[in-house]
Design a protein around this ligand. Structure first.
Ligand SMILES: C[S@@+](CC[C@H](N)C(=O)[O-])C[C@H]1O[C@@H](n2cnc3c(N)ncnc32)[C@H](O)[C@@H]1O
Length: 268
């Protein structure tokens, strides 16, 4: 695999929080930065007619995508990143532009409602334990019929971040919470990422409720899964990789106490 695709250096034990990401910008260790708008995202943006749509780019980095949106006349662009060094540069760069809102913060704390959220090497930068939380947050941040569009890796990596994934994993992870309008091999990827990305267009499923639950003291995942799946209104469940969080998709509001009880009650 090409070294160019390597995102950043970590021994796997460094928490991937604000200090980590900020140090990458301070030391210019930004191997993920394409230096130009990602070609598939550029092509997609060119198809959007309504320039007033509210668009979010999380984990925006140097955000050539937002710059392209502004060039195309979009008037309601929000970008968020956790790295203060980067965000200070962006705030200076776009200081006279009222069409872009630049937020320093954690995506998972962000509040808002968007028509489109653009994914570009943000998902792969997060520890995989946060994947269920990512789905829940995306669902919450999108308006009715809102779209999550962009790129996800369809490969693994020896050193992470970036953290890889596969089409099969994404089908499971986003199931029922989103309708897959597109989940296909990307043919226009930037050359260092050729044949390793999937193009996604996921539409928020407005007919479901998506909730994230903390799991503590779980003794039998199988038992819990069976019990939750037996609830008539539950259409999908997904458990994160360290068994600390549960994503539950249902057609009706769930009784949180009952769900929490099932999660924490040991198998008899
Ligand atoms: C691999 S970089 C990608 C940057 C940009 N999307 C690009 O393609 O050039 C991941 C970015 O996500 C940001 N990030 C990581 N965790 C975040 C979080 N919880 N909330 C907001 N931004 C975060 C990092 O600071 C970094 O800029």
């Amino acid at each position: 695999m090409s070294d160019k695709i390597q995102c950043c250096t970590t021994n796997g034990e460094i928490p991937l929080g604000q200090a980590y990401w900020d140090s990458q910008y301070q030391s210019h260790t930004t191997g993920w930065d394409l230096g130009v708008v990602s070609p598939p995202i550029k092509n997609y943006v060119e198809t959007i007619e309504n320039k007033q749509l509210a668009i979010l780019i999380p984990g925006c980095g140097n955000t050539y995508e937002a710059e392209f949106l502004l060039q195309q006349g979009f008037t309601n662009v929000t970008v968020i990143d956790i790295a203060p060094t980067l965000v200070a540069v962006l705030q200076e760069k776009f200081k006279n532009n009222s069409s872009i809102h630049i937020v320093l913060g954690d995506f998972f704390e962000h509040q808002g409602k968007y028509d489109i959220i653009i994914e570009q090497t943000f998902f792969c930068a997060l520890p995989p334990t946060l994947r269920q939380r990512y789905v829940s947050k995306m669902h919450r941040l999108l308006k009715t019929d809102g779209l999550l569009v962009g790129l996800l890796f369809n490969r693994t990596f020896e050193k992470s971040p970036p953290f890889g994934g596969s089409k099969a994993e994404y089908e499971q992870l986003f199931a029922k919470a989103f309708t897959f309008l597109k989940l296909e091999n990307c043919l226009q990827s930037a050359s260092p990422r050729a044949n390793s990305e999937l193009w996604i267009e996921f539409k928020k499923n407005k007919d479901v409720i998506v909730n994230l639950y903390t799991m503590e003291g779980i003794t039998s995942v199988d038992h819990m899964t069976k019990q939750l799946s037996a609830i008539p209104d539950v259409v999908h469940i997904s458990i994160n990789s360290d068994f600390s969080e549960l994503l539950l998709v249902s057609t009706k509001e769930m009784d949180t106490q009952n769900i929490q009880h099932i999660i924490t009650t040991p198998k008899k």
